[in-house]
Design a protein around this ligand. Structure first.
Ligand code: ZN
Ligand code: ZN
Length: 55
């Protein structure tokens, strides 16, 4: 019972358990997952639906 759900980071592509999830601010359709590291470093992400790039 120690398994945490993992998600792929939308910035670096790694599987992560410490992530923040939010909707794409442009199309509001795709869910963006961002690992703690990428959030700290402000690595840009790309939306898979509308190709929006944002911090
Ligand atoms: Zn990442
Ligand atoms: Zn989008």
């Amino acid at each position: 019972m120690t398994e945490s759900p993992k998600h792929q980071c939308s910035s670096c592509g790694r599987l992560t358990v410490e992530y923040s999830k939010f909707k794409c601010p442009k199309c509001k359709e795709s869910s963006i997952y961002r690992c703690y590291t990428c959030r700290e470093k402000h690595v840009p992400y790309t939306c898979t639906v509308c190709s929006y790039e944002g911090p």
